[in-house]
Design a protein around this ligand. Structure first.
Ligand SMILES: [Mg+2]
Length: 252
């Protein structure tokens, strides 16, 4: 049995939560799966491919230097900082050029990274909980990353899937949540946004008028100075349970 914590932040938010929720929208990385090991593995696959096809890049540029190059690029092009795909391809293209390869290898190399980045297993609670939730709510995803729900196999569960790259801005920018509400054709107040990041997910969603649920799988303390989320859950099954209860209480 997965450990579950529920902390409803106050009687007022408890009262404010329930039955007018029409959609549940999720962050992806670290909310529906553990992304750290996935990225480490994808970086390794990328290095192996580069070692085979463009060995001078691997000889000259470490994974850390590649990361630093992406960070420099994001700083020099703030209008593209939200777009991890662009940053990876553009930084790789520059490294390819510097090592005497054609820039087109960057796109091929990125596809290797992308395939490995989407070879992942969601937490075991995710699929059963989403299947329960979708019987009652529209489900959506909104991610700053470049996960591909089609490749991951969860796409059929979501009626809307948005990424920072598609929107042209990253959470916590209000444009992200505004686009989510528009695509769901719902008032922001009837959307519950679920995410692991107190600032990008919870603060961002609340500022845009959405209800919020903090996915706190590791039992972390809520950061001092931020207003707590409307709900706190340790996994998606607990979330489904709470929303079922809320729905039931509203019908009485
Ligand atoms: Mg996240």
């Amino acid at each position: 049995m997965t450990a579950v914590t529920l902390s409803v932040s106050s009687a007022a938010t408890r009262a404010a939560m329930p039955g007018d929720i029409r959609a549940v929208a999720f962050d992806l990385d670290d909310t529906l799966w553990d992304v750290g090991p996935v990225i480490v593995r994808a970086e390794r696959c990328l290095q192996e491919w580069l070692g085979e096809h463009c060995p001078r890049i691997v000889e000259r540029v470490s994974i850390e230097e590649m990361r630093a190059a992406r960070e420099r690029l994001a700083l020099s092009e703030p209008h593209n900082a939200h777009d991890f795909t662009y940053l990876r391809i553009t930084a790789l293209a520059a490294q390819a050029r510097e090592c005497g390869y054609g820039e087109e290898v960057a796109e091929r190399a990125f596809q290797v990274f992308f395939a490995a980045r989407n070879e992942l297993r969601p937490y075991p609670d995710v699929q059963p909980a989403l299947e329960r939730l979708r019987a009652r709510y529209a489900l959506a995803s909104l991610s700053n990353g470049n996960a591909d729900l089609e490749l991951i196999g969860l796409a059929p569960l979501f009626s809307v899937s948005l990424s920072a790259r598609q929107i042209g801005a990253a959470k916590p920018h209000p444009r992200c949540f505004g686009q989510l509400a528009r695509d769901l054709s719902l008032d922001p107040r009837s959307i519950l946004y679920v995410g692991d990041d107190p600032f990008h997910d919870i603060e961002g969603a609340r500022a845009a008028g959405l209800r919020t649920a903090w996915m706190n799988r590791g039992g972390a303390p809520w950061p001092a100075g931020l207003r707590p989320a409307d709900l706190e859950v340790a996994d998606c099954l607990r979330l489904a349970e709470l929303l079922a209860l809320d729905g039931a209480s509203c019908q009485t």
